[in-house]
Design a protein. Structure first.
Length: 132
């Protein structure tokens, strides 16, 4: 049997995550989107805001558990209004395959423009590692 495990990154220990899920304010998520585009060749295709359930946007799409989801894309959301009663109105999420998260972590060092701002953004985000 395979099990899907979601846990805070500091508790993930030696697990090899398939994807990461970041929750933050709109400003924090915008800053992460800027970092994601830092070394991109094109302004399009790096981030998608797909329609679908919150679970799909948060977990299934970035972890590659859904057929047809782009493999090298981060997902911004949620976009479905059915979670409005329980999802905080001042919060956004950015989920991404682990490979993108690792690239972004490496880019923080090279991105002088974002470095100071991202320090507080990253320290205030709640980040989950998705392991399958």
């Amino acid at each position: 049997h395979r099990h899907l495990v979601m846990q805070a990154c500091e508790k993930a220990a030696v697990a090899r995550p398939l994807s990461y899920l970041c929750f933050g304010s709109a400003e924090q998520v915008r800053d992460l989107c800027g970092l994601l585009h830092f070394d991109a060749d094109a302004p399009f295709g790096q981030i998608d805001a797909p329609w679908g359930s919150h679970c799909a946007t948060f977990v299934a799409y970035p972890a590659g558990l859904t057929g047809g989801a782009p493999k090298h894309t981060a997902f911004l959301g949620p976009t479905a209004p059915d979670g409005n009663p329980w999802f905080p109105r001042d919060m956004m999420a950015l989920s991404m395959p682990a490979k993108i998260a690792c690239r972004m972590a490496a880019d923080v060092v090279h991105s002088v423009r974002y470095l100071r701002r991202l320090y507080w953004t990253i320290n205030e985000l709640y980040i989950l590692a998705i392991v399958y």
